[in-house]
Design a protein around this ligand. Sequence first.
Ligand code: THU
Length: 139
Amino acid sequence: MEFPVEKLIRAAEEARERAYAPYSNYRVGAAILTRQGRCYTGCNIENASYGLTCCAERVALYKAVSAGEHDFDAIAVTAATDDFCVPCGACRQTLAEFSRNLKVYMVNARGDYLVKTLDELLPCVFDRKRLLSGTGGDG
Ligand code: THU
């Protein structure tokens, strides 16, 4: 199913408007696309106990997974900054649980983007295969 990248970016930008970021003021939006063409969005949600903050990418991913989705094609992530918004290490690892060749669109305030696969962003990942090979499982 064809889903234009501009539409995915627009969905991430709309989600960014709902960012709850009173501490950092760094407002992020994300939109993740399933292989079936469904889109789930998220924004960052901060907390007075800083470490409990959740990134936009994980909010979008968790909404999708909790709706039964495991099969993803692409994610767009945006902040209203001159620089491209790149996913943090924790989000890369979390996304890698589901799709190694996920296309990651990293968007700036103008709507320009860099795109890389998750494999490129997180080489030598610790995944279920490595875990199971160390536990006598079927990895
Ligand atoms: N943040 C995201 O939402 N995604 C990222 O990939 C980078 C960081 C959020 C977390 C926090 O609310 C704010 O940006 C500053 O780190």
